[in-house]
Design a protein. Structure first.
Length: 266
């Protein structure tokens, strides 16, 4: 009898410990403000953010994030407290301190799933920031959705934000139409990594996220729209030039100007 009671006590203790180990804390995202930096550091070893890969048969492979001893859950719909998730299809640190990371919610349509920044706050604790901007229906409504890593420079999110690597600074990208997401596919970066060039329908749309300036260059009417073809055409006919403010934009080549082809290394 004593042995049975002891075994039962151990089972209850194990279950209790498991529940403690699987604590979940839900966070309600706030709105991103212009040019925020997510690079805070804490001296407390307990203030650590960890990414875990889960491969449970009933769930499939996904990523979870833990802060201290709790799993991070995000309310994905600001109007519905019941819509929360702690599973992500993408999770990657965006600063050298490894105190901030970019995540994308896991769902059946990954490219359309919302993205967030999970970051340590300057005053301590954790916060979640939503990477979303209202957009009206139109050509840019679905194009560019998702997260694209632009080498070591940073991450392009939904054609609407650029998250600079190392410092974790988040920039709004100036839109062609203030009410609609950029209608174009990522083409290349300027040599100083501050200007992003998009191949838009019959044009090149350029955004310098540091200066918050943009420029549009028309392409020939008969120019094929395939990215590889547009890239080759731009490489042969355009070069980056700085304006009076030191902002780099692509401009049509002068016949006498010698072009450094290394400008176009991706």
């Amino acid at each position: 009898m004593k042995k049975s009671l002891l075994a039962l006590s151990l089972i209850i203790l194990i279950i209790g410990c498991s529940k403690d180990d699987e604590k979940t804390k839900n966070y309600i995202p706030r709105v991103l403000t212009k040019n925020e930096s997510f690079n805070h550091y804490s001296e407390k070893k307990s203030d650590s953010i960890t990414i875990f890969k889960s491969n449970k048969p009933e769930q499939g492979e996904s990523l979870t994030v833990k802060f201290r001893d709790s799993t991070v859950s995000i309310q994905t719909d600001p109007k519905d407290p019941k819509k929360t998730t702690n599973r992500f299809a993408f999770a990657e640190f965006i600063n050298s301190q490894k105190t901030s990371l970019l995540v994308q919610v896991e769902d059946e349509n990954e490219l359309a799933a919302p993205s967030f920044i999970i970051s340590l706050k300057e005053e301590g604790g954790l916060e979640v920031v939503s990477l979303t901007r209202p957009t009206k229906p139109g050509p840019g409504e679905k194009i560019g959705l998702g997260i694209s890593r632009l080498g070591r420079t940073g991450h392009l999110v939904n054609n609407d934000f650029f998250i600079r690597g190392v410092t974790g600074k988040a920039y709004f990208l100036k839109r062609q139409d203030p009410e609609q997401r950029i209608d174009g596919k990522y083409l290349l970066l300027s040599p100083d990594r501050n200007t992003i060039v998009f191949a838009a329908p019959k044009s090149l749309y350029q955004v310098n996220y540091i200066a918050d300036e943009s420029s549009t260059l028309p392409l020939p009417a008969d120019q094929p729209s395939e990215i590889a073809v547009v890239y080759t055409y731009v490489q042969n006919n355009y070069s980056f030039q700085k304006n009076k403010e030191g902002v780099s934009f692509l401009k049509k080549n002068d016949n006498d100007r010698i072009v450094d082809i290394s400008e176009f290394k991706k």
